[in-house]
Structures are given as structure tokens and as C-alpha cells.
Design a protein around this ligand. Sequence first.
Ligand SMILES: Cc1cc2nc3c(=O)[nH]c(=O)nc-3n(C[C@H](O)[C@H](O)[C@H](O)COP(=O)(O)O)c2cc1C
Ligand SMILES: C=C(O[C@@H]1CC(C(=O)O)=C[C@@H](OP(=O)(O)O)[C@H]1O)C(=O)O
Length: 418
Amino acid sequence: MLRYLTAGESHGPALTAIIEGLPAGLPLPEDYVNRQLARRQGGYGRGGRMRIEQDRVRFLAGVRGGFTLGSPVALYIENRDWASWQEIMGPGAGARLDQRVVTRPRPGHADLAGALKYGHRDIRNVLERASARETAARVAAGSVARRLLEELGIEIIGHVVRIGPVAVPEPGGDEDILCTCLAETGGVAEREAVSTPDLSRLRELLDASPVYCLHRETAEAMMREIDRAREAGDSLGGIFEIRVYGLPPGLGSYVHWDRRLDGRLAGALMSVQAIKGVEIGLGFAGAALPGSQVHDEIFYSREKGFYRRTNRAGGLEGGVTNGEPLVLRAAMKPIPTLYKPLRSVDLISKEPFTASVERSDVCAVPAACVVGEAVVAWEVAAACVEKFGGDTLQEMKANYRRYFEYLRREAAPDMAGE
Ligand SMILES: Cc1cc2nc3c(=O)[nH]c(=O)nc-3n(C[C@H](O)[C@H](O)[C@H](O)COP(=O)(O)O)c2cc1C
Ligand SMILES: C=C(O[C@@H]1CC(C(=O)O)=C[C@@H](OP(=O)(O)O)[C@H]1O)C(=O)O
């Protein structure tokens, strides 16, 4: 079983995670994880904190000579902002603590609900852990899962499909992803067509840039919208889409509610801070259509085996992967910390106030998309470990190969050479 826990406060010394259940022998360079951490930090619309942090992972346990040992992997990401917060966050926090107590809950954040739940009179005790700073640890853990999936030929790609009122026109189809990459500086890279079987160019583009969207014009309009929100002291949410390619049929199960992969994926995405909706395949649009326009008809040829011409189910039927790419979308609400003040009430004095803000992201949908890729990678890798098991990567790959041989024998005898 693959599992992980994270710990760490936003302005504490560091974030940590412990991962358990990885096979031994998985090549795991720190730089691989660092590339994903850098992608999460980027994206148009982020605030001042991202200029302070330079997230880099350090493996404290479970990795030796660049390979996993089969023992728990402990990882560590330093908070550079800690240097400015030691007096407030450190064990010696004393006199200054009284002056810096936070008693003004922000609507939309965990502040009020968290303070009431845990009996805190200083909202800092809530916001430090509720903060999406924690997603750096989740991306690090998810990158480890992603590395494992790469060994099995499984690819994960995410892209932004909506920022506030600006959405990409319907993507062309399942066959092609048209990708436009935007650097944080606002530079727009060449528009390129990338076909799904050849994902290497797309991966290169995405590695180079954290902000991406299917269409150049739309991406530019999204950035203008973020500028407008910043000038108005407001914030924006949006939607991102995650696709997973190269999956075998048969991950997850219909036999029990908590083994359904659709539920696990939706839960993982929904657990990301500020995510308020998740769709699989057609999702909510399917509710308005007749069944004949929703379900993916099944075809068979001796060369291909069973196949579909459409993928409206988003790669999942009965909570089980059906061999088509996974297509998942998540909706993020606008950032709750606003420069434009919203009304609230002081936790202690009960006096009404309008909030003042020191710094905040205006829009973090591209960053959330990278987090989305990570949590999806985690769930898919967990399902692979369940199905293919193995104490070593070699054993897991051999089990994986045998399963494919079985599928070929059953479904496409010609491909198995029979
Ligand atoms: C990558 C990322 C960055 C975020 N940045 C901020 C931020 O700068 N300010 C803020 O108030 N909320 C930010 N949020 C959202 C809050 O963390 C989130 O709204 C809060 O934890 C409450 O949880 P909920 O929105 O799921 O109810 C961010 C979320 C993500 C995923
Ligand atoms: C630190 C990160 O995001 C933070 C998430 C966050 C929140 O309330 O969720 C609030 C902001 O923190 P601060 O108040 O320190 O600027 C963001 O910068 C990060 O993504 O690494």
C-alpha cells in the first residue's frame, strides 16, 4: 500500500513528508522532484511569497545513491521565509507574539471555522497549516509517484482551461492537444500541435513553463484578466484539466466504494485547497444529455482489441480504468485573501471590520494545476502498486508486463502473435 503524510507550517522552518510503500530500485534524483516544485511556484498571478521561496527537496531517508531502498522515504523542503518569522513562529516566540496575534478571520479561508474548532484565539494557529504552502510537500510526494508511473509508461499532463470569465474554446478532440506555453514574465511561446501518442515535445514545453493553456489568444486574455483583478484588488479562480495517458484497463475496482478509482481521484483533487468541484469526462454536461450521446460505444478489431472512438467517460467506467486516457477537471474558487476588503467580525472583540491585506496571490490556478497533477499521480500510482505489487521496481514491471500479455492474449490475439 502506498501512503504518505505531510507536516509543516507555512512560515515554520520546513515542510516534510513521509512516503511509504514504494518499491526498491526506483531511480529518484532530487532534481526530478525539484523541476516539479519549480513548476508549482510559477504561474501568472502569484504574490510576493513566491519570490522569497526557492523550493528544493532533500531526501532525509529511504533514498541512497539516487535509488529508493524500499524503506520509508522522508523528504524535506526548507521555508526560506522562516528567517523573517522565527520570532513569531519559533519555540522562543515571546513578547512579540502578543502584538502579532491574528484575530480577524478572512471570509473564504479556514480562519473562523478552524479557530472555533480548535479553540484558538490566535488565527495564526489555523492559517499556518491551512495554507496552500502545504501543497509544496504534496507536489514533492506526487513527483515521486509520477517517477514510478514513468517507469510503467504512464504520462500525466495538466493545463488551464479557465481563468475567471475567460475559458478555452472546446479543445479539438481526444487525438490532439494544442499547447501554448506562457512564461511567467508574460512571454508567449510558439503554438504547437502535439499528438497524444508523441508526448515528449509537450512534456518538454511543460517542463520549461508552469503556465500553459490550450490556446495562445485565450492564454493572453487570461493574463489580462488576472491583471484586471489585481488592479481592482480582487482575486480569480478557474478550472484546470488533468489527463493521464498510457494507462492499462483494470486499475481501481467496482467491488467496494472505497476501491473505486473515480472516488479516490475526485477526493484527492477536492482535497486541494480552494478546489470546489471535480468532473470526470463529460462530468456535469453529461447530466443534460441523453444516454445515446454520453456513453462510448465499444468496437473490436483483431489488431486493436476492444477500443472506443470517443472518450466521454474520461477513461473510467464502474470506478475502473477502461484503457482510455483519464480526463479530469477541477474548479478552483477565487483566492480568499483580497485587497478589496470584505466584511468580517473580530474573533475576540466581536467588532465588525473590513480586512486589510499584506500580500496574497491574485490567482493560483496554474499552480493548483501542478498540484492537481501531483495528487492524480499519487492516486494512479497507488492503484498501480495495489494491482501490480512487488518489493522491487523490477518485480513490479514484470507483473505489469505479464498483465499486458494476458490482456493481449484475451483481447487481441493477433497482437499476441496467436
Ligand atoms: C497553490 C495555491 C495557492 C494559494 N494561495 C493563496 C493565497 O495567496 N491567499 C489565500 O488567501 N488563499 C490562497 N489559496 C487558497 C487557500 O489556501 C484556501 O482557500 C484555504 O486553505 C481554504 O480552503 P478552501 O478554499 O478549500 O475552503 C491558495 C490555494 C492554492 C491551491
Ligand atoms: C506559500 C505558498 O502559498 C501561500 C498560500 C496561502 C494560503 O493562504 O493558502 C497564502 C500565501 O502565503 P503568504 O501569506 O505567506 O504569502 C501564499 O503565498 C506556496 O504556494 O508555496
